[in-house]
Each structure stands twice: as structure tokens, then as C-alpha cells.
Ligand binder design. Structure first.
Ligand SMILES: *Cc1c(COP(=O)(O)O)cnc(C)c1O
Length: 388
């Protein structure tokens, strides 16, 4: 078995078989574990021995998912949580204290914005935003109390990109923890830790499950950093259920083939949209017209499953397009086998002011497409008829 073949590792890394020699990993629905004797209990609680104690801490299914994700992303180890937001909150809470400052990309997931903007100020943690395509804003945004650089690349829904190696260098120079939300790319397309990030976070709800069934979050990093995460998570309890871990671990077995098809279909959609008169602008990392195309090519294996475009005619035309779609689902989710269309200005980003939306590249005519795994003719056909 090749050490570094993603597909093989994603399938063949498994929890140990039980005495029943099952081929597929069983589901361990147990909240706690039995100790052989009083001494074993003492040793486990004293951290002198490795083993399962209680499923808020660890469970064979969550451990398998952590081990797999860590290997696939090139991290030492990791932690899993009930949702992607729990992973982000846990990471913030584990490393930040009152008086600290976060320098974050402006275009972050809506709930991440709510944490930074609405919740952390109450606890004395401040933030400023920088644009992914403006490196000076990052250099100038660092304050003496900046403790964390947080970034989403490619961004949602603007599909902006920043050079992760460059940003890792800046963070290192100032001794700042560098955290990447790698949800859009998945470990198959982009491996931030190999590019110098300290922590990589996923909403496993999206492409990792990939079938719209479950929520989940993953945090990856060095043993030392994950120990901090564990210290917070064991006691605050954002644990992933064994069932979800089992499901997500199975999903990883098909991540590579699914992502290949998502990307192949998305690139065809991006090319088609770019040649359509009703479309003002298309954003996809692997389109040569993308302003950061060279960086995308350097740090991503393929362009991902999300295509964002601006339809001429603003909100009216956008609503008409959405209503004419026959196959695409209108949903706020992404990263599903089913193709999905979202109108960010009236849904995921409706809480922002118009000015804030424009700053992150969302116009009234902006539409985000999560390209699924249906036949490409049906995907293109549906878009074509809805644009006509
Ligand atoms: C969905 C998403 C999250 C939040 O994940 P949940 O599993 O919904 O909590 C965080 N970051 C990005 C980029 C996302 O798309």
C-alpha cells in the first residue's frame, strides 16, 4: 500500500476489527466503556494509559475519522465535533482570551461572522477583516495583540483566493496562530497544513459527507495544538456522535471520486456561463479569467464544486433564474450529490448590509451554484433553459 495514495488511504485506514472480523467498520453506539479493574480505571483517568473512557472524549468511530482525516491532510492528529461551527468555536475558544485580536478574511461563513461580530466582543476578543486579494491589508492588519489569523480560501460565495504559503510566512514571522477553514476544498484538493497552516478546519457537513445527510466538524493540527483543543472540548462537550463519525468515515472512502466529478462538472458549468450573454461575471478558481488563477493552480489540485456568477438584471433576473430551474434544488446548503442554487443576498448573507455585501463581492444578481453529480448534460441543460 503506497504511503501517499489518497484514494487508498481513504479506503483502507480503518479501526481494528473486532472478534467478528467484519469487513466494514461497525458502529460503536456506547456512551461509556468498561475497565478491567480498578487499576485500569485509575491509569486511564491519570492519562497513563491510552484507551476509551467516555464518548464525550473519544469513541472508536470518532477516533477512526480523526485518524483518517489527519493522514489525508498531512496533520499529526485532530479532533471532531458535532458541526463545522462547533469546530470553529472550539478552535477560537481554545486559543483566544480576553484582550486578544483576530485578523480574519472578510468573506467568512455567516455564523463565523456572527461569532466574531456578535459573541466574542462580549468576551473582550476583537477582530478586523482583510480582503483575500489585498496582501497589504494583511500586513497592516496585524496588531501587537493579534493572536490568530483566520482565513477561508476559496471564499464563500465570492471564490476569492489567497496564497496560503505567503500568509503562513507572515503569521510565522509575527508568531501568530494560523487557522484555515478548508471546507470548500476538502483535503483532496488543498492541504493547508502542508502549506504552513497551524490548524485546518472542516465543516464535514459539506463535501466530506457529500450526500446532505449529516452535520460534522473536523479540526486538524499538531499534537501540541490539538491537546489544547481537547482540553476545551472534553469539558465543554461539542462532541460528534459515533453514528455521524461512522457515516463520515464511510463517506471519505468515496471523497476522491466524488470530488473529481464535482470539479469536472463545475469547470464545464463555469466555462458555459462565461460564454453566456446573460452572465456578467463568473468566478471559479480554475478559470484563467480568475484574478488569482495562478495561485489556485499552485495550491489546489482542482477548482472545487462551487461556481459563483452574476446574472445581468439584478435581483429580478436572479429570482427568475432560480424559479425557472427544474432540476437544481433551491437550498442554502452546498457540497451535495444534488446540484443546488442559492441567492446569497436574500439568504446566507441577508443579515449583512448592502455595503458589507458589496465588500465581499455579493451583488443582487449573484448566484452561487453547488454543482452536483448528476449527468453533465442535465446540469447544463437546466442552467441553459433557466437563463433563456
Ligand atoms: C457550512 C460551513 C461552515 C459551518 O458548518 P456547519 O457544519 O454548518 O456548522 C463553516 N465554514 C464554511 C466555509 C461552511 O461552508
Amino acid at each position: 500500500m503506497q504511503e501517499d495514495n489518497f484514494e487508498t488511504l481513504a479506503i483502507r485506514l480503518q479501526a481494528e476489527r473486532t472478534q467478528f472480523k467484519e469487513h466494514s467498520v461497525p458502529l460503536y453506539l456506547t456512551s461509556s466503556y468498561k475497565f478491567d479493574d480498578a487499576e485500569e480505571m485509575r491509569a486511564l483517568f491519570a492519562n497513563e494509559k491510552e484507551g476509551n473512557v467516555y464518548s464525550r472524549y473519544a469513541n472508536p468511530n470518532t477516533t477512526e475519522l480523526i485518524d483518517k482525516m489527519a493522514v489525508l491532510e498531512g496533520a499529526e492528529t485532530g479532533w471532531v465535533t458535532a458541526t463545522g461551527m462547533a469546530a470553529i468555536f472550539t478552535t477560537f475558544a481554545a486559543f483566544l482570551k480576553s484582550g486578544d485580536h483576530v485578523l480574519s478574511s472578510r468573506s467568512v461563513f455567516g455564523s463565523t461572522h456572527q461569532l466574531l461580530n456578535g459573541i466574542f466582543p462580549k468576551w473582550g476578543i476583537s477582530y478586523t477583516y482583510a480582503d483575500l486579494d489585498n496582501l497589504e491589508q494583511w500586513e497592516n492588519g496585524i496588531q501587537p495583540n493579534t493572536k490568530m489569523i483566520f482565513v477561508e480560501t476559496p471564499s464563500n460565495p465570492g471564490i476569492d483566493i489567497i496564497d496560503l504559503e505567503w500568509l503562513a510566512g507572515l503569521a510565522k514571522k509575527h508568531n501568530i496562530l494560523f487557522v484555515v477553514d478548508n471546507c470548500f476544498a476538502t483535503p483532496y484538493l488543498q492541504q493547508p497544513i502542508k502549506l504552513g497552516a497551524d490548524i485546518s478546519i472542516h465543516s464535514a457537513t459539506k463535501f466530506i459527507d457529500g450526500q446532505g445527510r449529516t452535520l460534522g466538524g473536523v479540526i486538524l493540527g499538531s499534537k501540541e495544538l490539538i491537546l489544547e483543543i481537547e482540553g476545551f472540548a472534553r469539558h465543554s462537550g461539542p462532541a460528534m456522535s459515533p453514528f455521524n463519525a461512522w457515516l463520515l468515515s464511510k463517506s471519505l472512502e468515496t471523497l476522491a471520486v466524488r470530488m473529481d466529478r464535482h470539479c469536472e462538472n463545475a469547470l464545464k458549468v463555469a466555462n458555459f456561463l462565461e460564454s453566456n450573454e446573460a452572465v456578467k461575471q463568473v468566478r471559479y478558481p480554475f478559470l484563467p479569467s480568475h484574478p488569482q488563477y495562478e495561485i489556485a493552480k499552485k495550491q489546489m489540485k482542482q477548482g472545487g464544486g462551487i461556481v459563483t456568477f452574476v446574472i445581468a438584471g439584478g435581483v429580478t433576473a436572479a429570482a427568475q433564474f432560480m424559479d425557472k430551474l427544474k432540476m437544481f434544488s433551491i437550498s442554502a446548503n452546498l457540497g451535495d450529490t444534488r446540484s443546488i442554487a442559492t441567492h446569497p443576498a436574500t439568504s446566507t448573507h441577508s443579515k449583512l448590509t448592502e455595503e458589507e455585501r458589496l465588500q465581499v463581492g455579493i451583488e443582487q444578481g449573484t448566484i452561487r451554484l453547488s454543482i452536483g453529480l448528476e449527468h453533465i448534460d442535465d446540469i447544463l441543460g437546466d442552467i441553459k433553459q433557466a437563463l433563456s
